[in-house]
Write a protein that binds this ligand. Structure first.
Ligand SMILES: [Zn+2]
Length: 420
């Protein structure tokens, strides 16, 4: 009798793999798998060794992404992705949990279908998701999806003044050709990514797993209020043009805007004043505003409300205000059918499911932007913290997420096969 799916999958092996990886690539400060470094290259070697036991083909694409392919009856492919790179002093799960769960699922599929599944299954380890060295995240996946801004990326330098194209050359990647990696997505019919939540939502709900609806759109602006410097002793209160007063009123206002928005978040992350001395009324106050929402119209409404409020506060204080956009990205919604499959897989594994948006961006957003039906699954983060050596998830939750993610892979494979 053929062994069932559940006995072929061994989630404990994924936890053991994660611990092996930690022993190999972390020190007392945390994970050190920064992209394009020696430790990262060593990590890739370790990963490829693990995959050799399977009947798979592996190659590195034009952008440095590592693809492992288990060929099926159909060329249409189910993709599973993650990233082995980490930030310096990073956690032991961010990115590599996705890849190593994918390895276990490949093992299960390989065993269940004796090396020839009905559809092709591919595991991708994206290059430089974190952008820790050059300050540009999602490098490999945005090259592949085609959204990478070549001009901007060409000029990026690390702290030692080394340019991104030079660093890529060191690992055998030719910068000018990175977008050729886009051909890897030609037969892609679905993309799945598992990730630790990196936030406290599932923890606060006391739920191990969540289905991700999409990634937040972002509006990022600098707002400058311009008043007049004046002596702090000789200027009566009613004669002041105080740029700080107007800017400060924005702080409670963005909390009200976020609350009205039904699910959005707003952050004033910095505030600088000029002349910035203790004896002068503030002439110029510059704050930055970061606004995020899963719903595009709600995001533009949050932005409009913040603009209107800033103009009102400027008028009240007899100062001027100007806005300058720093960065913007549209929300990315995941595929509704895959979100449904993800929810079902979670329900079958642990009973309860919660659907939530992702605050951080992930490689999955790039794949979705390239037009491939995509979904992500989140597993609870202890402390709600990531990019830190204290990042952690309960071992029972790690095992549960491998099981649920495998169920999702099975459903998605059938879905991809049915459309073939
Ligand atoms: Zn990550």
């Amino acid at each position: 009798m053929m062994k069932s799916m559940s006995t072929l999958l061994n989630p404990k092996r994924t936890v053991a793999d994660l611990k092996d990886l930690r022993n190999l690539t972390a020190d007392e400060n945390g994970a050190q798998r920064v992209a394009f470094t020696k430790t990262w290259v060593k990590t890739r070697g370790w990963l490829r060794e693990k995959l050799q036991a399977l009947r798979v083909e592996s190659h590195v694409d034009a952008a440095g992404n590592l693809w492992t392919t288990l060929r099926g009856e159909s060329e249409r492919a189910l993709l599973i992705g993650g990233h082995m790179d980490s930030v310096p002093n990073g956690g032991w799960l961010d990115g590599c949990l996705n890849v190593l769960a994918g390895v276990e699922i490949l093992r299960r599929i390989n065993a269940e279908y004796k090396g020839k599944p009905p559809v092709t299954v591919r595991l991708v380890d994206w290059a430089d998701e974190e952008g820790a060295r050059f300050g540009k995240s999602l490098f490999g996946s945005s090259a592949c999806s085609g959204t990478l801004n070549m001009e901007e990326a060409r000029g990026l330098k690390d702290r030692d003044g080394i340019r991104l194209p030079e660093a890529l050359k060191e690992v055998g990647v030719e910068f000018e050709r990175v977008k050729e990696s886009g051909k890897e997505l030609k037969q892609a019919a679905a993309y799945l990514e598992l990730h630790i939540e990196q936030g406290p939502v599932l923890l606060d709900l006391d739920l191990p797993l969540g289905a991700v609806l999409g990634t937040f759109g972002v509006e990022r602006h600098a707002i400058t209020f311009l008043g007049q410097a004046a002596h702090s002793g000789s200027t009566p209160m009613n004669r002041r043009k105080d740029a700080f007063l107007a800017a400060a009123k924005m702080s409670p206002e963005i909390y009200r805007i976020a609350e009205r928005s039904n699910g959005g978040v707003c952050t004033i992350g910095s505030c600088t004043t000029a002349p910035g001395i203790v004896t002068s009324v503030v002439q110029e106050c510059r704050i930055t505003l970061d606004q995020r929402h899963l719903d595009a119209p709600a995001l533009s409404r949050m932005l409009r409300e913040a603009k209107e409020a800033s103009e009102r506060f400027a008028k009240e204080g007899n100062v001027n205000v100007s806005w300058n956009r720093l960065w913007q990205i549209e929300p990315v919604l995941f595929n509704p059918e895959l979100v449904e499959m993800c929810s079902e897989s979670i329900r079958e594994t642990c009973g309860k499911v919660h659907r939530l948006p992702s605050g951080p961006l992930h490689d999955a957003a790039e794949v979705a932007r390239a037009g491939v039906p995509t979904v992500m699954m989140f597993v609870q983060s202890l402390h709600g913290i990531s990019h830190n050596k204290i990042e952690d998830t309960k071992e029972e939750h790690l095992e549960m997420c491998v099981t649920a993610f495998d169920k999702l892979a099975d459903k998605a494979m059938k879905w991809v096969g049915r459309e073939a």
